[in-house]
Design a protein around this ligand. Structure first.
Ligand SMILES: Cc1cc2nc3c(=O)[nH]c(=O)nc-3n(C[C@H](O)[C@H](O)[C@H](O)COP(=O)(O)OP(=O)(O)OC[C@H]3O[C@@H](n4cnc5c(N)ncnc54)[C@H](O)[C@@H]3O)c2cc1C
Length: 247
């Protein structure tokens, strides 16, 4: 059972018709980059609650959530109606294992995401410790349309900070878009296109791979990496693949 805290929408960023971010003021206990909490709204007698990852690094002046509105969804259309000053409920127990302290040592960190699941990786990158743990940082963002390649100023700031140690690979599935790779993340790995683009190989020896988002992408990518000799990262048996499904 969660304890709930009232939060206030402090700022709202509209990225596309369906994608938006909420910056929320609320007095939450400390959490780690990569973790999530639950947001909820009261609908009559019912409290509708879902999990959302923090986009901000810990210690930021607000808690930021990057959300896609699912038209038939129970909660996101209601979150989509929130404006600055509106109230919502936040669970007071942030949780989750997609955090740096769960990741064994390695040379290269690959962060593979679809859609709004880029959020926890932005938090980890903004927090900064990741750059002392790994030589190379690879952020892959798979989306359907180019307009969903959001958070570009923040991503540019990572490139400015870390130069050629930081690799950002946008991937767009439903249209051709500038320098973005086409197709899905698993097939880009299978065909070698992703590694060619980055100039690094994914291997059990050198890589740690964090995967977050669409369950099909997570499953398919894991299967390809397992076949290549990487192993799931478990507390009792460390490996190279750490994953979080968004649904
Ligand atoms: C650990 C964790 C962290 C999460 N963090 C985020 C986050 O930061 N941002 C976010 O937008 N969602 C996130 N989610 C998903 C979120 O909890 C909800 O499932 C989502 O917002 C849909 O809620 P809903 O009530 O509107 O839809 P529901 O009525 O619950 O319908 C769910 C359906 O919507 C689809 N769906 C769910 N999430 C997504 C998504 N992100 N992209 C595309 N389709 C989706 C699926 O088909 C799913 O079956 C996270 C989930 C988990 C488990």
């Amino acid at each position: 059972m969660s304890d709930w805290i009232e939060g206030t929408v402090h700022e709202r960023i509209n990225w596309t018709r369906t994608h938006f971010s909420l910056r929320v003021s609320a007095d939450l206990p400390p959490y780690q980059a990569g973790q999530f909490t639950k947001l909820a709204l009261q609908a009559g007698e019912q409290r509708i609650q879902r999990a959302y990852s923090f986009v901000n690094p810990p210690g930021a002046p607000w808690h930021e959530f990057y959300i896609v509105e699912i038209p038939e969804g129970a909660l996101t259309p209601r979150l989509g109606d929130l404006e600055v000053g509106d109230k919502l409920l936040i669970a007071a127990n942030p949780a989750g294992f997609l955090t740096l302290d769960e990741i064994p040592a390695g040379r290269d960190l690959w962060m593979l995401s679809t859609g709004t699941a880029i959020g926890p990786f932005l938090s980890i990158l903004a927090q900064g410790d990741v750059a002392t743990r790994f030589d190379n940082l690879v952020l892959v963002h798979g989306v359907r349309f180019g307009a969903e390649l959001t958070y570009q100023p923040l991503i540019r700031s990572f490139a400015e900070q870390w130069g050629d140690r930081f690799h950002y690979v946008p991937m767009v599935t439903r249209e051709t878009w500038g320098i973005a790779l086409g197709g899905r993340i698993p097939s880009a790995i299978e065909k070698g296109a992703l590694e060619q683009k980055v100039g690094l190989n994914i291997s059990a020896e050198n890589s740690q791979v964090m995967i977050c988002g669409n369950p099909e992408m997570v499953r398919d990518t894991q299967a390809i990496l397992l076949a290549r000799g990487l192993a799931k990262n478990l507390r009792r048996k460390p490996g190279q693949i750490t994953a979080e499904h968004y649904w």
